[in-house]
Design a protein around this ligand. Structure first.
Ligand SMILES: C[S@@+](CC[C@H](N)C(=O)[O-])C[C@H]1O[C@@H](n2cnc3c(N)ncnc32)[C@H](O)[C@@H]1O
Length: 337
């Protein structure tokens, strides 16, 4: 953070949508919850981003590297506030990166060489990008709906002569529009849907608006991907693991997570929503989970043994798409695909 960065004061604004230079309905960003829900359903509907507010990918870039060229002043102010509320914020990003890197390594060992990175963020700081680039036999498609992320990524790729020779694709679109996304990527040749692939949903699913059927994203992937494909997913949680039996420590963990989420509402939408363990389990119920089932980003593929979780804390799991012929009938909850 630069010396002249003025800190945000927790509890005092601006939170979204206040303090926007183009205030109220004139702001180009998705304004109301309804706009966002509609936008998250459509493949080509991407947000027009308002530069008056921080953005999660750029805030993550500051937490990873305080000198990053990617961030604006308000991104730096929010990164500082998050670090004060939750000193573990930087470690949480490292844990997500560890998860991504391990998943890619295990998927390659299982014979999967196609990766689909949803909500990819900046490839300059992406663990998925770094892990795949070391494997000439692997291809990766990065999908992100943010126009600034997309334009930075395009520059980073075209500036690098080695990357230019590697099959990889940047897509600027809505990653929650699963059906149109997979059809479009298959049509364009970016993905081969006759071969297994590994879908990475790292630090993305908890940006799905709560108005959506929470199970629908994974269900729609499972319906359309070749059996044996992998889906790796994590989710912010505000529920401490049962290993933490001290009630006041459990309440403090929940409070810190809620404060972290509140601070993130300084960003342009979508905003993060924490879930409980059983809600996350329901969201991924259509997958056949690899051992150890639900764990955390820092520990996968080992079980989570954390005694004192620190916010922001994410549950993680990797599952296989079951073979359709073997699939048991499942209850339906209004799949909108
Ligand atoms: C917290 S960043 C995570 C970046 C990356 N996955 C990682 O692990 O570092 C979330 C990213 O998801 C993108 N995003 C959020 N909603 C999206 C959507 N519906 N479609 C595509 N990208 C989305 C944001 O623009 C942002 O870059």
């Amino acid at each position: 953070m630069t010396a002249e960065t003025v800190p945000f004061i927790e509890g005092s604004g601006p939170y979204w949508p206040d303090a926007c230079a183009a205030s109220g309905r004139d702001c180009p960003a998705p304004f109301s919850g309804d706009d966002l829900v509609r936008m998250q359903r459509r493949w080509a509907d991407t947000p027009v981003v308002c530069r008056c507010h921080p953005h999660p990918a750029r805030v993550g870039a500051v937490l990873r590297d305080p000198d990053t060229y990617l961030a604006t002043e308000c991104d730096r102010r929010l990164a500082g506030e998050l670090a004060r509320i939750a000193p573990h914020s930087r470690q949480a990003l490292d844990d997500s990166d560890t998860f991504t890197t391990r998943v890619i390594r295990h998927a390659l060992a299982d014979g999967i060489t196609q990766f689909l990175d949803l909500g990819s963020g900046h490839i300059a700081t992406s663990a998925a990008h770094a892990a795949v680039v070391e494997h000439p036999e692997a291809t990766i498609v990065h999908v992100d709906h943010d126009p600034h992320v997309d334009s930075h990524n395009l520059c980073d790729l075209t500036d690098d002569p080695v990357l230019m020779t590697r099959p990889r694709t940047l897509i600027h679109a809505n990653a929650f529009a699963i059906g149109p996304m997979l059809a479009s990527l298959h049509r364009s040749g970016a993905l081969d849907r006759s071969r297994r692939l590994c879908v990475l949903l790292v630090d993305l699913l908890y940006y799905l608006d709560p108005e959506h059927d929470p199970r629908s994203v994974i269900r729609r992937l499972v319906k359309r991907l070749p059996p044996g494909s992998w889906v790796a997913v994590n989710h912010l949680t505000n529920q401490a693991p049962s290993t933490l039996d001290n009630p006041s420590a459990r309440a403090a963990f929940r409070r810190d997570t809620d404060r972290w989420c509140k601070a993130m509402t300084r960003c342009v939408p979508p905003h993060p929503h924490a879930s409980r363990h059983n809600e996350f389990a329901r969201r991924i119920a259509d997958l056949d989970l690899l051992p150890p089932g639900i764990t955390t980003t820092g520990t996968w593929p080992a079980p989570d043994t954390t005694r004192l979780p620190q916010a922001p804390y994410t549950l993680a799991a990797v599952g296989r798409v079951p073979d359709r012929s073997e699939r048991k009938p499942r209850e339906t909850t209004g799949d909108r695909s």
